[in-house]
Design a protein around this ligand. Structure first.
Ligand SMILES: Cc1cc2nc3c(=O)[nH]c(=O)nc-3n(C[C@H](O)[C@H](O)[C@H](O)COP(=O)(O)OP(=O)(O)OC[C@H]3O[C@@H](n4cnc5c(N)ncnc54)[C@H](O)[C@@H]3O)c2cc1C
Length: 371
């Protein structure tokens, strides 16, 4: 356990992307912030994820947040000098059947109406643009916002930046109870008590458990997502690749390793702390990947893993004030929450600082689940 701070203006529970980005923006605004993490910083979902920052796969409700997040990931790297492996390489979202073509056109229209332009490719134009795609790919939309980052690099870079901004990041610091203390809060961490005027619950898949410490029920479940990584290979493709009709995300890291995922489910149970890869689903995932990029057939896969992703009942972020508990806030459970993390952190800081939010976040208010 690292040293536990006695007091902070704001205590953030959880050192994943949601908690760390919230802490960063609050510290930049001059607040004293302590992040309390029960394990290692970046040790759960944020450290297990694929680093896909694809705007065009996002639900319409989170498009604006997701676009802002890409600007912030870029700023973190280019303006603030964080090493996060960010690259705006553009992304292709492919269709392999007539029905998927219809859905892709529909999605393209909806996104254009929301200000996210994509370009349509099919026939020879598609083959010229992406000669590495398989013959079963009939069309694709290209989005030049789509990006990637390397989560293992990003975690290190973000934790360093957060600490440099003056935030205390305490690891091995599980919050086991929270009580009101006048206008503020007392948080139990081992035998220590941490006092804070305000708190942010950014506990990922465990957000429901932490909210319950204050008597609030939030409907949070955990997906168990899987990823597979290949041995390093010569450059096979140069975009983030996703699929309108099948579960797929594909990218090739700078070292040549190909990361294959998209959300195929493993098995396990959050309450028991178990998570395992499911081989049948892994095979499906690899089959879809090789249909879309046939050159992957020649690669050796070196590792597969599974991690938890917290999701609310409607799969939209839980973002805003904790219902009935003044001074307590939630920033958790955005699906594809790694992508959205910087923007959700920025907006959460604006909310806590009492500023007018620069994005419309009302649809994500946790109060939507209040009885
Ligand atoms: C295999 C996989 C692939 C994914 N791929 C992508 C992708 O390509 N792109 C994308 O955008 N998203 C992806 N995701 C989803 C993404 O990783 C998550 O949405 C995001 O990382 C969630 O961040 P978080 O900070 O909310 O949660 P976490 O990173 O899980 O952080 C929450 C932290 O809270 C801590 N905590 C919990 N309870 C307590 C407590 N009582 N006291 C103290 N600390 C506590 C936990 O230990 C944890 O470290 C993927 C997820 C997985 C599992």
């Amino acid at each position: 356990m690292s040293a536990i701070p006695r007091r902070a203006d704001i205590a953030v529970i959880g050192a994943g992307v949601a908690g760390l980005c919230t802490a960063l923006f609050l510290a930049r605004a001059g607040r004293t912030v302590a992040v309390l993490e029960r394990g290692e910083a970046w040790g759960e979902s944020s450290g297990a994820n694929a680093g896909t920052l694809s705007l065009q796969v996002k639900r319409n409700e989170v498009l604006q947040v997701s676009r802002r997040a890409i600007e912030l990931w870029r700023d973190f790297q280019e303006r603030d000098g964080m090493e996060i492996g960010f690259a705006r390489i553009g992304g292709l979202r492919v269709a392999t059947s007539e029905r998927e073509l219809v859905n892709l056109r529909k999605s393209q229209g909806e996104q254009a109406a929301l200000g996210v332009a994509t370009e349509w490719y099919d026939g020879n134009r598609l083959r010229d643009f992406a000669p590495w795609l398989g013959p079963e790919v009939q069309a694709a939309t290209y989005c030049d916002w789509d990006s990637m980052s390397v989560p293992l690099t990003a975690g290190h870079g973000l934790v360093m930046a957060v600490r440099a901004a003056g935030v205390t990041v305490a690891t091995g610091a599980a919050v086991t109870a929270i009580a009101r203390d006048g206008e503020g809060f007392c948080l139990q961490v081992g035998s220590e008590i941490v006092g804070a005027a305000q708190i942010v619950i950014a506990a990922g898949a465990w957000t429901g458990d932490v909210a319950q410490m204050l008597g609030v029920r939030l409907p949070v479940a955990a997906d168990i997502n899987m990823l597979t990584i290949s041995e390093p290979a010569p450059r096979l493709f140069d975009r983030v690749v996703t699929h309108i009709g099948a579960i797929l995300s594909l990218k090739q890291y700078p070292n040549g390793s190909v990361l294959i995922g998209g959300g195929w489910q493993g098995t396990g149970d959050l309450a028991q702390g178990t998570r395992r890869t499911d081989y049948l689903n892994l095979v499906h995932n690899l089959r879809v990947a090789m249909q879309v990029v046939p050159a992957l057939r020649h690669l050796r896969m070196v590792r597969s893993w599974a991690g938890y992703e917290g999701v609310a009942a409607d799969a939209l972020p839980l973002f805003g004030a904790l219902p009935g508990v003044p001074g307590a806030f939630v920033n958790a459970c955005a699906r594809g929450g790694y992508h959205q993390g910087p923007a959700l952190g920025e907006q959460m800081a604006e909310m806590i600082l009492g500023r007018k939010l620069s994005l419309d976040m009302r649809a994500f208010d946790p109060g939507r689940f209040a009885a």
